[in-house]
Design a binder for this molecule. Sequence first.
Ligand SMILES: Cc1cc2nc3c(=O)[nH]c(=O)nc-3n(C[C@H](O)[C@H](O)[C@H](O)COP(=O)(O)OP(=O)(O)OC[C@H]3O[C@@H](n4cnc5c(N)ncnc54)[C@H](O)[C@@H]3O)c2cc1C
Length: 445
Amino acid sequence: MLNFHLTPEQLKIQEQAREFALKEVLPVAWYYDEKDEIPREIINKAFQAGFVGADIPKKYGGRGLGLIESAIITEEIAAACSGLATSIFDSSLGMEPLLLSENEDAKQKYLNQIAKDNKLAAFATSEPTMGSDVAGIRCQAAQDGEDYILNGTKYWITNGGIADYLSVFATVDPKSRHKGICAFFIETAWPGVTAGRHIPKMGQRCSNTVGIHFKDVRVPKENVIALPGEGFVLAMKTFARTRPIIGSFGVGAARAALEYSLDYVKKRQAFGAPIVNFQAIQFKLAEMFQKIETSRLLTLKAAWDSDQGLDNTVSASTAKMYASEAALEVVNEALQIFGGYGYTKMFPIEKILRDVRLLRIYEGTSEIQRLILSDHLMKKYTPSLPKLEDLALHREHDPLDAQTPPNTGKTWRCRICGYVHYGDSPPSACPYCFFPDKAFKEVTF
Ligand SMILES: Cc1cc2nc3c(=O)[nH]c(=O)nc-3n(C[C@H](O)[C@H](O)[C@H](O)COP(=O)(O)OP(=O)(O)OC[C@H]3O[C@@H](n4cnc5c(N)ncnc54)[C@H](O)[C@@H]3O)c2cc1C
């Protein structure tokens, strides 16, 4: 069953995405970066090519592609420009809470419009004073009959200045943290919704990032996608679907840096030879390749878990954390290989480095991924090996050889220093660490 091959359909999607990336995205990547402009035309072209909201199920008018296919498409477009890839794929993040919700009427209404009319959705949890601590949301949702009235500000909202819809996470009571969080799918044209100025950034400059202010915005009950107490879980489920895609951003960007490096090392001469002849350079390339391969495997595994309907929280965090950090390391090493030219705007690496720096921050920082993974290890991970105190570490006899049994049937292990003692009872004190017999445990393994 384990199979690392892409299907013929997936290979076809990869080929189409690569062609689109090379023809439509790569040529304009530096222009949009320099101008800090919204690449609306490219988003439109990506929509026409079937790459925006490709994961919307067929019953809502979409292509019904899985997360694996989305990861394949994302890698190709991110290899050309991860900023443009963010602009193109942000609508998937924006619509995901609606897709995961049980509000069937809203799904029918809005997902069809996203799939067919090129409407864009954006995702809004973060606020000017809160990002990682989603339970600390302050944006207020006051109940008014069955409607809600929204007041507050969201910040860092990708595509917020051009989106038609927003998945907004708010709270009925900031003090109750997780228990107060609810979510709405709203229209940006509604009275009281205002987008702020485009926030100037270090990288991914073409992707539009703004604050959004809500002033007495009435949200009808038809647009509720998570009731108070359900919003936090919905946000986390959304991230489990979208974090593998951030992994693909890393894979694509890092692969671009590797491929540009492979070209450069054959042309650049030093000490009378092309620098590719130096083993130090070859080893850098080898390590870059190894990190990209590992990132892609982790990313596709997390996407596959999700497509299988499994809880992919852990694999999504692992992929996001590894691939975003590996991408930064790979691109940084590429810049080193390019020497001084790598540091200039005449070559592509400096932009890729600025762009990938974001991957460790948005959709949950690297630190938050470490929290998720360590929490999993502390609370849920089931080891297959025995506990240390149950491990005999036999060295003096072969426990499987019935002909040479130990002097006694019993084995004791000091829980402090690990000394193994054979006998009917433990020694009165450990001969190594001097702890008394209470420190010994009979080993049965
Ligand atoms: C370009 C860009 C686009 C974005 N797009 C969106 C979007 O579309 N929608 C949206 O809702 N948000 C978006 N974000 C926001 C992004 O998700 C947040 O910036 C991110 O979650 C971190 O939150 P913060 O910036 O408030 O940092 P903080 O939460 O203030 O964290 C600051 C630092 O402290 C660390 N930290 C925080 N808590 C802990 C802890 N418990 N243990 C260890 N370390 C901790 C963090 O890892 C970080 O290093 C975007 C951000 C950027 C920069």
